[in-house]
Write a protein that binds this ligand. Structure first.
Ligand SMILES: [Mn+2]
Length: 432
């Protein structure tokens, strides 16, 4: 049975494209006369470099070779131990997880004779340098706002270009610079709908990005990386009256951000979470830090008193069970017309440290925002979100806009403008 499967796989493996076949020819040191022809007889002769009855014999040899290659490949995958997915259910899942994270040379170094201390020291220096830049920028912006006077709360942008915890595409890593560009592109004036001036640093400042890719390039794992994100958020909050308005990144960043906000304020917050998905899997595809698990981490950590999830329209049974487990207030799209009045008159954050707003761009209907990794029809309109945000009563202590994927945006950058406007209006909501 296994042999038949291998033969089948071999054929599936070989047919897709001429380039792909070319690679096999090269690899097997065959000399095809016609790389581009795909007619069966010529192809078989070319493929196995032989004629007539020899084809069968040659085919078996080739299949054995593939069998060995695949066996070796699976074995190779097994030999990696990923601390984040110790109990991945199958080798296929493990492969996909590894594939998405990339096989990193630092992982290979683990088995080489490089002293661990040498790597750790270097990583510490890079992390410290990264935090220093954010600390100094936040300090300058804080001093500036305080010198101008009159601001009780002011939004400060912090970009977290992290996309590798996405379960599907990784484009959100490219979002922060695109959102900034759209905020300041000049196609619209810098005044928000309710009249706040974005050019006033007492309303909006920017402390830059956490250098996620640079830190990962030094082999820093996700647990540590998430701590750097938390630390960066705390550096912004250190500078009263700055409040973090975080540009994602995939949704996995909400966990370290909310954790930092709650720890810094010394208590729980209420969370308004707009999304097509509840993002509350215990661990998605074995990834504890998955963008589909961030709200499980937040609720387990006890950082939120209330969690309102609005716009939900893609939820599994596990998602529903997790909502029950964490006491989530679930507002699904299918009943939105019924819930609208309540949601457009929210009052949150009383008796806790304030309100945190997390907006996944895919909470919007893809008609309004096609540039997302997970296109899910039947969502909120932009005005639905504006009505909810504008009418919300509460002290907004932090916010994020996540999951904008520039690689899927329209050529004129429509979703970038949508994400930018969400950021602009959140800025107005935070600043006072
Ligand atoms: Mn989502």
């Amino acid at each position: 049975m296994a042999v038949y499967l291998q033969i089948l796989l071999t054929w599936v493996y070989m047919f897709p494209s001429s380039e792909y076949r070319g690679w096999h020819f090269q690899f097997m040191d065959l000399k095809p006369q016609d790389k581009h022809g795909c007619h069966s007889k010529t192809f078989l002769r070319t493929l196995f470099n032989c004629h007539g009855a020899a084809i069968g014999k040659r085919a078996l040899t080739q299949c054995s070779f593939y069998w060995l290659t695949l066996t070796f490949f699976f074995h190779f995958q097994h030999s990696f131990s990923s601390p984040l997915s110790p109990s991945a259910p199958s080798v296929f899942v493990k492969m996909s997880v590894l594939g998405r994270r990339g096989i990193h040379y630092f992982q290979k170094l683990n088995s080489a004779n490089i002293p661990t201390a040498l790597i750790e020291k270097g990583q510490n220096r890079v992390i410290e340098a990264s935090l220093t830049l954010i600390r100094e920028r936040a300090k300058l912006k804080g001093e500036l706002v305080r010198a101008l006077g009159g601001a009780v709360a002011s939004a400060s942008l912090l970009g977290v270009p992290l996309g590798h915890n996405s379960s599907f595409l990784q484009g959100p890593a490219f979002a922060p610079p695109r959102i900034r560009e759209a905020i300041w592109c000049g196609s619209t004036n810098p005044t928000t709908e309710e009249g706040k001036e974005l050019t006033d640093p007492r309303v909006l400042t920017d402390v830059g990005d956490v250098p996620v890719q640079e830190i990962r390039d030094c082999g820093v794992d996700d647990e540590r990386l998430m701590k750097v994100v938390s630390e960066s958020v705390k550096l912004v909050m250190e500078e009263d009256p700055l409040r973090p308005l975080v540009l994602g990144g995939d949704h996995s960043i909400s966990y370290p951000v909310v954790r930092a906000v709650s720890e810094k304020l010394g208590g729980q917050v209420d969370i308004l979470h707009l999304d097509a998905h509840p993002d509350n899997y215990d661990a998605y595809e074995g990834n504890y830090f998955s963008h589909a698990s961030s709200f499980a981490r937040i609720m387990e950590g006890g950082y939120a008193r209330r969690l309102l999830q609005v716009g939900i329209r893609s939820i599994s049974q596990e998602g529903r069970d997790q909502c029950k487990r964490f006491g989530v207030e679930l507002y699904e799209m299918r009943t939105f017309s019924r819930d609208r009045e309540y949601l457009e008159n929210l009052k949150l954050g009383e008796g806790v440290k304030g309100v945190y707003i997390s907006i996944d761009v895919d909470s919007l209907d893809p008609a309004f925002a096609p540039g997302v990794s997970h296109i899910e029809p039947g969502g909120l309109s932009f005005r639905d979100i504006m009505n909810i945000i504008h009418n919300l009563k509460g002290d907004i202590v932090g916010a994020d806009v996540v999951e904008f994927n520039p690689q899927r945006d329209t050529v004129d950058g429509m979703t970038a403008m949508v994400a930018a406007k969400l950021v602009r209006e959140l800025t107005a909501k935070i600043a006072k």
